[in-house]
Ligand binder design. Sequence first.
Ligand SMILES: *[C@@H]1O[C@H](CO)[C@@H](O)[C@H](O)[C@H]1NC(C)=O
Ligand SMILES: *[C@@H]1O[C@H](CO)[C@@H](O)[C@H](O)[C@H]1NC(C)=O
Ligand SMILES: *[C@@H]1O[C@H](CO)[C@@H](O)[C@H](O)[C@H]1NC(C)=O
Length: 356
Amino acid sequence: MISKSPPLCMYPAGWKLLAMLALVLVIMVWYSISREDRYTELFYFPIAEKEEPCLQGEAERKVSKLFGKINPLHVPALLSPLCSYSRDQPIFLQLKDYFWVKAPSAYELPYGTKGSEDLLLRVLAITSYSIPESIQSLKCCRCVVVGNGHRLRNSSLGDVINKYDMVIRLNNAPVAGYEGDVGSKTTMRLFYPESAHFNPKVENNPDTLLVLVAFKAMDFHWIETILSDKKRVRKGFWKQPPLIWDVNPKQIRILNPFFMEIAADKLLSLPMQQPRKMKQKPTTGLVAITLALHLCDVVHIAGFGYPDAHNRKQTIHYYEQITLKSMAGSGHNVSQEALAIKRMLGMGAVRNLTYF
Ligand SMILES: *[C@@H]1O[C@H](CO)[C@@H](O)[C@H](O)[C@H]1NC(C)=O
Ligand SMILES: *[C@@H]1O[C@H](CO)[C@@H](O)[C@H](O)[C@H]1NC(C)=O
Ligand SMILES: *[C@@H]1O[C@H](CO)[C@@H](O)[C@H](O)[C@H]1NC(C)=O
């Protein structure tokens, strides 16, 4: 007969194992308490980035009071959450909308394309309008608009900035040499000919979208001569833009002037038809925030804001030694823009990463 003795041998081993585990636990606890940082690592699961959750369409919802009644003819899909590209929602201009001229624009540049259609057609024929798959496929899109302000100096925000789904930069703001403060990722860069960096390959990533914000018809002409290598035009710019500009035409996009119109009309209450003498227009920065509010679910800003008007010595950019004086005659009202940004911060549509 086989004896039914209990497997006694199991018990001592079991106790030994338990005792070992207890000992290991005690050592772990002692070790972790003795090192605060270790303690946190072991007993708290790190919550990704300690950031608030990304809520689809949140930015747009919050700012809807400001943007109010948007002409539905313009952008029917404005109220949908959209990092994803929709055909009804042209972020960038595309050839098909001009080839058959379905809805002629009500305004001239910079608020519309009236009168510039022929030039534009030639530009759209050689550029693209698609939004990269990597952005389209995001369920919820967190964006940061990086202004060029002096407050980015020594901010050490580089790593924080690089973590956003989309990093939108402005004009000729450099990245090389400033990575620690401004990051190195650039998803989109908004610019116009006079503000184009002379060395775009160094200051952008190979897949950065270079988004032309056209202020005048000559801006379309400039990009056409660059991309098609036609005879350059030197007149008609307030500052000499690059004559040779080493970019891949596939990176170029033309921003829908709609965003300039919204920034001017809804954020700054500027009249759309102004007398020649008092032509005022939004800065590229304000246009970028307006774009981000439509494109992204979460919008943060960094490096926005100018020194007080009486502060004549303070430099305004993180990368060059110019003061507010250089803004005179630019057609931008920076104090009025500051009020508009304050309002957006107040309603929680936008959040600041640097003092504003
Ligand atoms: C940034 O830091 C450097 C070195 O610590 C310092 O010399 C410089 O004054 C700082 N710049 C600003 C704008 O604070
Ligand atoms: C700029 O805006 C401020 C605030 O809205 C206003 O008081 C000021 O007159 C404006 N300046 C110009 C030159 O239009
Ligand atoms: C945002 O700006 C406000 C002032 O308007 C400031 O008190 C706050 O510290 C800023 N936030 C950051 C993260 O710098």
